[in-house]
Design a binder for this molecule. Structure first.
Ligand SMILES: Nc1ncnc2c1ncn2[C@@H]1O[C@H](COP(=O)(O)OP(=O)(O)O)[C@@H](O)[C@H]1O
Ligand SMILES: [Mg+2]
Length: 360
């Protein structure tokens, strides 16, 4: 549009001044009166102004049409890039009629295809490695079990070495199982086996099957009738991992509470609290990442886990459309409070809070 304006301005100026000087030069020769010259110049000026306006308008329209043609495919590319960043790696750009744009579309699509291939290969790699490690590990575990059954026949140093071996094989098996599970998430191959679970009863069972079966549980009376639609094995694993962590990284008495979510009637909370040092503000997000261990773990020398426990908890909970986070205890004492928020199906009208400890 600016181009059209400048061009028509120049043409206007040149045509008008040339016509005027021409008429003035030949005024006597042609016997033109001053009035006629003025009238002719006025009509030339009017025609030129009209021509300028038309040129600018046409330039403006052409500018809009051609910039739309150029920008539309770029908007499509930006949208595709956003979808890819959100994890939809099968997104591709549609081919266009424009051969210049097709070159861009082809290289964009080829780049995304390579990226998708790479991501899928990495996901398969972790899962393949874990699979390959599984069978020799099972043989190793079975052999160690045979040795454990004949532990008394070993000399004292042999017994100590066997105890170390037993602990490490258990730790290694746990790591391989966790890696296998997490690589299924990466490959997008996780399918939940959903059952209708009565939340209070389910948490009771999960705690009984955990490494601290005598942990105190309190179930808010409003939750006795609440059911969730969840994968029993995965949710039991969530509870077990949080209790394991409270045992190894926390300290003191552990307690588990089931209560309605504070800010949503359609969610329920499973809370695991301990009386350890708690989790520092800077670590509260980081500890949910893979292979991430809090600053305190290495200090205390706990060599049990590889830092996958909370990453798995988060993946399991997310797949149930829930959330998990850690915060300080609400009663002001030191310790960590892990909250798992899950969507639930039905909730009775609010009643009083009743604490039902199973055991302590
Ligand atoms: N109850 C807890 N109290 C204090 N720190 C914790 C607690 N639970 C987890 N953490 C911190 O979070 C880190 C990550 O936990 P996790 O993913 O289960 O890995 P791991 O138990 O293998 O170290 C732990 O190393 C620990 O530093
Ligand atoms: Mg752990």
């Amino acid at each position: 549009m600016v181009g059209a304006l400048v061009l028509s301005g120049v043409l206007f100026f040149l045509t008008y001044t040339l016509t005027r000087s021409n008429l003035r030069d030949r005024e006597g020769e042609l016997g033109l009166s001053n009035q006629l010259i003025a009238e002719t110049l006025a009509s030339v000026r009017a025609s030129l102004i009209l021509a300028t306006v038309i040129t600018v308008l046409v330039g403006f329209m052409l500018g809009i049409v051609s910039s739309e043609r150029v920008v539309r495919p770029l908007a499509g590319a930006a949208e595709a890039a956003r979808a890819i960043a959100d994890g939809r790696l099968d997104t591709r750009l549609e081919p266009t009629d424009d051969p210049d744009l097709n070159a861009l579309t082809d290289s964009f699509n080829a780049m995304v295809a390579r990226l998708q291939d790479r991501v899928e290969r990495d996901a398969r790699f972790a899962s393949d490695v874990s699979h390959e490690l599984r069978s020799p590990l099972m043989t190793l575990a079975a052999s160690v079990e045979v040795m454990v059954s004949r532990r008394d026949e070993l000399p004292e140093r042999g017994q100590a070495a066997l105890d170390l071996l037993v602990a490490d094989v258990a730790r290694f098996s746990g790591l391989v199982e966790d890696l296998l599970e997490i690589s299924r998430y990466d490959a997008g191959a996780v399918r939940l086996t959903r059952d209708e679970l009565q939340i209070g009863e389910f948490v009771r069972q999960a705690v009984l099957a955990s490494s601290m079966p005598r942990t105190a549980i309190s179930i808010n009376e409003r939750c006795t009738d609440i059911r969730i639609h969840g994968d029993r094995r995965r949710l039991a694993r969530v509870v077990a991992n949080l209790i394991d962590n409270a045992r190894t990284h926390g300290g003191g008495t552990i307690s588990v509470h089931v209560c309605p979510a504070e800010d949503s009637a359609s969610h329920v909370w499973i809370v695991v609290e301990d009386r350890g040092e708690g989790v520092s503000t800077s670590d509260r997000e980081r500890i949910f990442e893979r292979f991430s261990r809090g600053a305190g773990s290495s200090k205390r020398g706990t060599s049990e886990g590889a830092g996958l426990g909370l990453a798995l908890v988060r993946e399991h909970v997310r797949l149930h459309a829930g959330r998990v986070w850690v915060e300080p205890r609400h009663d002001g004492t030191t310790g960590a409070r892990f909250v798992v928020e899950l969507p639930c199906e039905s909730s009775r009208s609010p009643q009083s809070h009743v604490v039902t400890p199973v055991s302590s």
